[in-house]
Design a protein around this ligand. Structure first.
Ligand SMILES: [Zn+2]
Length: 86
């Protein structure tokens, strides 16, 4: 039997019992998924459910957590580089 690691990138959790779309998910990521799902529209296409789940599984823990304005600015700045730095 494997260690059943959480299959989101960079998540260190192991011994996960919950399978989502065939991928092991730890309790922390599961909670994050439920909070994400709570914000989904009232009605959706089946394919959109699948697309959202797959996108969720492809990114590190916390990626779908709602963050404060300050954290939004920090996150934004992580992606910005001044061209003169090269
Ligand atoms: Zn996880």
């Amino acid at each position: 039997m494997g260690v059943m690691s959480c299959q989101r990138p960079e998540c260190p959790e192991i011994l996960c019992r919950r399978l989502v779309a065939g991928a092991y998910l730890c309790e922390g990521c599961w909670d994050e998924l439920l909070r994400f799902k709570a914000g989904w529209p009232e009605t959706m296409k089946r394919s959109e459910v699948r697309t959202k789940l797959c996108a969720f599984l492809e990114v590190p823990p916390g990626s779908y957590s709602t963050i404060s304005r300050e954290e939004v600015d920090e996150e934004f700045n992580r992606f910005v580089r001044d061209g003169d730095d090269d």
